[in-house]
Design a protein around this ligand. Structure first.
Ligand code: BGC
Length: 742
């Protein structure tokens, strides 16, 4: 012990002699001047720092704080988990007070990322980012750990609900919007998890083996857009290995691709406990390890911890300084790490204006954003015989049934789970809306959520619950069955076991449908589920995902037609898990998962290989109808000239509604194998009955390009491309051609 202490001391002393600081922090030092640029201030401040101070900044000081340097007035960055609001995890928040005790945070619970993605509304996601940032500040924090932009590669990832679905273009648009909303408030976002965190299975050890083309076309674009379009301030590395090397010490990923190729100027932060070495990690481009070793050890000691196998503390000052002294880390590298962190501290404004807690959270405005997201994100998958919307003239009684009916299942589990002040369950939402029309509402559990309550799981309790549901359904004009999962069986930390609904839920739907032909099934889950047992017999089907605290109110407004469904699937819903392109290569063997499907993820696979999904990417019905016409596309372009696309969309039905128009590009002359088409733009348009609007879009050369692994560059082969405009990836309504010249 004494020897260790002595050697650390001697390292620090030598450091002070060799690299010692020359100045104390004068009040008029340039870095304190808010009129100077963040770069100039960071540069000035860096010069005043000792080696020890610099090294100290590379590792967190507590679970959710970076290290402050008091002598120079460098504040800690107070972080908060996200991305779906300010987190409260497993009943207690990981945010700590000054005594390092966890504090419970209550804040607005926004819809899951997959629900927001289903709204296809970047402007709304930007407002969500702004609202979350306001809450972050109100709670005295500076940084929100989101957005999650990892691609939904396969249906069982425990965190699919957090991200924006299977398409890199859609994920890019929404990630950029979220970041803009957050940064606009002077709050620091962290786009995560870089890269290829697409399963939770062995997430601390799994090696994702991905070919270069899939990496660039599918798994990197949302991060690239975050850097190049939103100028994101931080990027969080993933736990897993990528092509043999942990992401946190992956020079190719962090230095070459992120910092050099994309031009990232912010700092890279590790995922919590995802560092495994000192010099290789710093040299690969990791700037800030979170948390520090001590907080990580304290966390690992807690029961229920979802971290495993790593004691952290790799970037603690003593270890970093020793590696600098040994010549394994240069001071230039260390300066680069610290400069990046300082720059963000200045850019965000937290150096000059620290955020004080005590502001308002869960305001009517913030709640309104959550409600709009939950509503626009609901996807109407089936509506035979116009069962929906529920109209008082036809319907006098509703039986609300299911394990997700009376509880507000706001989100999946893990670090994104928010504890809201209030949340509306589907049953509460339906009850209060039905009361306005004096429609009677009855409720029956139907079946307990598997594993949630052992009493409900007993065979006797199950039989009783089923009988009650059948009785309620047979007496009602309409039955609404709300099924799905919840934060303990769909979560960060482990994958969903199967695509089937939890035990008893399929049988419940079948039993209800036998006694009531007017049954509406509502899915309340982030991951796709197998619907084979009941889909054909189901007249109406909605996917509400996890809708956050306003999910129940949003569902009621859709069921009763106060809002017209406008959500569209951001992910293909396969009929069964075996149909997924990743099925043969999931979860992997010997701690290695080969992404053998390459670029054929989601609809790129289903549409190219002609495999019938349960519901295709981009699909969603409405209570009205839309007519597409008049597609015009620039016939010839050369160089960097963009392709102009325009068309008319008309609301040809009787209700106001919104349509998401999707633009795909088809390339049939490429020198390389390409999917049958790829989403390259979209527009969400609100239309009154009979109203028509012109949609004008621009496709740049990137929309026609693929990643060429030989030249290691994006390439568009000159020739004829088809521009397809549709209401889903399988409902292309208009086509036109453009010739791309050199
Ligand atoms: C998660 C991150 C999260 C971090 C901090 C990790 O386990 O993967 O998404 O931000 O914990 O709670």
């Amino acid at each position: 012990m004494r020897t260790l202490f002595a050697s650390v001391l001697s390292v620090i002393c030598i450091a002070s002699v060799n690299y010692g600081y020359t100045q104390t922090a004068a009040a008029d030092a340039p870095y304190r001047n808010p009129k100077l640029s963040a770069d100039a201030r960071a540069e000035d401040l860096l010069k005043r720092m000792t080696l020890e101070e610099k090294a100290t900044m590379l590792s967190g000081s507590s679970w959710m704080e970076s290290a402050p340097i008091e002598r120079l007035g460098i504040p800690p960055i107070h972080m908060a988990d996200g991305p779906l609001g300010v987190r409260s995890w497993m009943g207690s928040s990981a945010i700590t007070n000054s005594a390092n005790n966890p504090v419970n945070i209550e804040s607005t619970s926004f819809p899951s990322g997959i629900a927001m993605a289903a709204a296809w509304n970047p402007a709304l996601v930007e407002r969500e980012g702004k609202a979350i940032a306001e809450e972050v500040k109100a709670l005295g924090r500076d940084m929100i750990l989101g957005p999650t932009v990892n691609i939904n590669r396969q249906p069982l990832w425990g965190r699919n609900f957090e991200g924006y679905g299977e398409d890199p273009y859609l994920a890019s648009r929404l990630g950029v919007a979220y970041i803009r909303g957050v940064q606009g408030e002077g709050v620091i976002p962290s786009v995560k998890h870089f890269d290829a965190n697409n399963e939770e299975f062995e997430r601390h050890r799994i090696n994702a083996v991905i070919d270069e083309r899939a990496l660039h076309e599918i798994y990197l674009p949302a991060f690239k857009a975050a850097v190049q379009e939103a100028g994101v301030w931080t990027v969080m590395s993933a736990y897993n290995k990528l092509n043999g090397t942990y992401c946190a010490e992956n020079d190719e990923l962090l230095n070459k691709i992120l910092k050099h190729e994309f031009g990232f100027k912010g700092f890279v932060i590790s995922d919590w406990g995802s560092t495994y070495s000192t010099a290789p990690t710093v040299n690969a481009g990791m700037d800030l390890e979170m948390p520090g070793g001590a907080p990580l050890k304290a966390m690992l000691a807690r029961p229920q911890t979802i971290l495993s196998g790593n004691n952290g503390g790799w970037l603690e000052a003593g270890k970093v300084i020793a590696e600098v002294k040994a010549g394994h880390i240069t001071e230039t590298t260390l300066d680069d790490n610290v400069r990046r962190i300082l720059r963000v501290i200045f850019l965000s404004g937290i150096f000059d204006h620290p955020h004080a807690s005590g502001g308002l959270v869960d305001t009517p405005e913030q709640r309104a954003v959550a409600l709009q997201g939950a509503t626009e994100g609901i996807v109407l998958l089936k509506n035979e015989r116009r069962l929906l919307p529920i109209e008082a003239a036809r319907v006098r009684s509703i039986a609300v049934i299911g394990p997700n009916a009376a509880v507000a299942r706001t989100g999946g589990g893990g670090s994104s789970l928010v504890r809201p002040k209030q949340a509306t369950s589907p049953l509460d939402g339906i009850r209060s809306r039905a009361a306005k029309d004096q429609i009677a509402v009855s409720y029956a559990l139907g079946v307990g959520m598997e594993g949630e309550d052992p009493v409900q799981d007993s065979p006797e309790a199950r039989e009783k619950a089923r009988d009650e549901a059948i009785a309620a359904a047979s007496k009602a004009d309409v039955a609404v069955v709300i099924v799905g999962r919840y934060f303990k069986n769909e979560s960060e930390g482990f994958d969903v076991k199967t695509m089937y609904l939890p035990t008893g839920q399929d049988a419940l739907i079948e039993a209800v449908e036998k006694v009531n032909p007017h049954t509406v099934v509502v899915l309340n889950t982030g991951d796709p589920v197998t619907m084979a047992a009941w889909l054909d017999a189901t007249p109406a089907l909605l996917d509400m995902w996890y809708g956050g605290q306003e999910g129940g109110a949003a569902l009621a407004s859709i069921l009763f037609g106060d809002a017209n469904p406008s959500g569209k699937l951001p992910v293909t819903l396969p009929k069964r898990f075996e149909d997924s392109p990743a099925a043969a290569n999931y979860p992997g063997r010997d701690l290695t998962v080969h992404y053998a499907e390459g670029i054929y993820v989601g609809y790129r696979y289903f549409d190219t290989k002609n495999i019938e999904p349960a519901f295709p990417f981009g699909f969603g019905e409405s209570y009205t109808t839309f007519a597409y016409s008049g597609l015009k596309v620039t016939p010839h372009v050369s160089g960097n000239q963009p392709v102009e696309v325009s068309l008319q969309v008309r609301n040809s039905g009787a209700r106001a509604g919104a349509e998401v128009v999707e633009v795909y590009v088809h390339d049939d002359h490429a020198k390389i194998d390409r999917p049958v088409h790829e989403l390259k733009d979209f527009a969400r348009v609100e239309l009154k009955p009979g109203e028509s609007k012109t949609i004008a879009l621009m496709l740049d050369r990137a929309a026609f390009s693929y990643w060429n692994p030989t030249t290691k560059a994006w390439q568009a082969d000159p020739g004829t491309f088809e521009v397809q405009v549709g209401a889903s990836s399988r409902d292309i309504r208009l086509r036109a051609h453009v010739v791309l010249e050199q």
